[in-house]
Design a protein around this ligand. Sequence first.
Ligand SMILES: [Fe+2]
Ligand SMILES: [Fe+2]
Length: 732
Amino acid sequence: MPLHEETTAQPDVSSLPILVAAGTSGETAELARLLQSLGYSGVTAVNGPAPVPPAEVGASYRLVVLGLTNPLGTGLDTIALIRKRLPAAALPILVVSQALDGPAKRSALRAGANDFLTLPMDGDEWSLRTRNLLLMSDQYHAALNDKDQLRVELQTRSSRLRMLIENGLLMARTHDRTSLLRHTLFEGQRLIACDAASVYLVTPQGTLRFAMRTRDDALAQEEIPLYDPDTGAPDTHYVSTWCALHQQSILVDDVTSETRFDLSGTRRFDAHSGYRTVSLLTVPMAPRKGEVLGVLQFINKLDPATGRVIPFPSELVPLVEALAAQAAVALDNLGLLDERRASMESLIRTIATAIDAKSPYTARHSERVPELALMLAEAAHAEPLGPLATFGFHTDDEWHEFRVGAWLHDCGKITTPEHVIDKATKLETIYNRIHEIRTRFEVLWRDAEIERLQALAAGDDVTAVETRCAAQKARLQDDFAFIAQCNLGSENLSQAHRDRIQQIGATAWLRHFDDRLGLAEEELARREREPLRTLPATEFLLADQPHHVIVRGLADLPDADMGFKLDMPDHAYNHGEIYNLSILRGTLTPEDRYKINEHMTHGITMLERMPFPKSLRRVPEYAGTHHETLLGTGYPRKLGAADLSVPARIMMIADIFEALTATDRPYKKPKPLSEALHILHTLKHKGHIDADIFDLFLTSGVYLRYASKYLAASQIDAIDIQRYLGPVPVPQ
Ligand SMILES: [Fe+2]
Ligand SMILES: [Fe+2]
């Protein structure tokens, strides 16, 4: 129900009739005539034998002139009946009688009569008594009317206050700009009882854009510049721009006769839409001491009694300004929230991009995993039936939270040394140490040559010397080729291979130089764990030496209360040459692998310590579970199926599929789609990944949409997805 600024109209008591019901019809007629002669035109004379029903004697009269024997019944009963319903001042009773004795007068007064007169009437006295009683009644009703008006005014004001408070609370809870504007317009329209409302918003280009209207008619598309594009001067020709630029409200009583402003736009809009704008109230939306954000315009104030369009009363302006200020503060807050979200999103993307840029091994991984994860989440969200039917992100915040989690899923890699992420050969540390070892082979080659020359100089048998030297050189070439091949880590090593590494490594050579010169403090400290040897010192072609071991510092230990269950090797690194060359497959030692897996412990620790807002509280979960498995064999927490949510399971598949199919990793051929799906299918069968989400990945076509966007055409081979679908057989 609209709140009106008008009070409820009270009846004018002076227009009510005077009821005359004397003892006889003759007396009644006489009294009525007398009253009329005194100027009281509204007189109702009750004659005849039928008494007037008591219900009719009430507030609809201004004065009752009553005969003690009268058609209303016995006079005293009638007086008592009236008094039961109305006080003496509300409806005075003047008793008239041919002969009233003292007891009769007292009885009449006790019953509630205000005054009495004896017939025949004295004109002056009759006039005086009647006038006094009417004056008392009029004053009573006037006072009552004032009280009513006050009460209605109080009610209106408290309703408005309540509405403003409720409005403020609702606006504070609204996180959506459109809902906020819609609410402001409709509440404003309701509050001031007008026919329509519009809002214009200030654009970053310095124009006012028509943003919303309560009526369903189409919005005007043009924007109104706040400043003249040529001169830069403020453009105050229009009501809306004047209001925005001066931050002041404007009332227009009648658009047709308005001369202060150019209202051609309003008229044009009316002509186009068929609407007729008459009165306007335009108020700025500006947070306190802030820049104006827009303009609210209320159109065609309606008279609550007649429904006619009337001008907006000026006393409405402060109320509407309060509403506009509330809306402006709420809009400003939303703007701040948007800015905070945008800067956070940008920071997160910067971190992810920095991680991707850090290593060609993970190039664009942090960017593509969210793409794929969101595609899969959308497919799962849209599933109406089956095990994923209950999954869904229901608000923008929930989608945002998942996106942020996906973007940050490998944020811990910021701590992983490049030489570990990029470790392309077994001997690689900051550089590939095969060169150092090849130099030792060069030394041994020259030792063989020196030995040959010395033997020849000593007169040894030439053929024997040459043969021995050639054999030594051939063995060195062969050994080096073998070590170099082992260094690549492309094949599995057998025990025989490992024995041969040991055997080759045992070849001795003489070192003539101090190996502690030119070392930095830390490296020198590691060397000092070994006894100082006199030169020339015997060295070996390959060795695992104490200085190859990098001890794990206290700072490298994960927090005990984080619940990590990674198997931690004793040392941070072991650069032992034989140790590294003997890696069975690949290029990573257990220490290197731990260092890589540590990106999860570092990532989770960083994220769980970040003071995320409530809307992002699940980011650490979404980011921190992609290396877990449903079997509880993953890392870093060995979580099981019960701990892994649908979004977490989506992340697991997205992370693996991106890594398998990425086209831009060095030293690695991207896998064709069929092979990547085959690997994922194997993981599904082993129970590592979620079977339903993997099936959805295929049936929804997400795998193909992702592939056509990010994979090379040559990778997209023919696939029969049917063979990958269906439940996983339960092991017998
Ligand atoms: Fe990861
Ligand atoms: Fe990843």
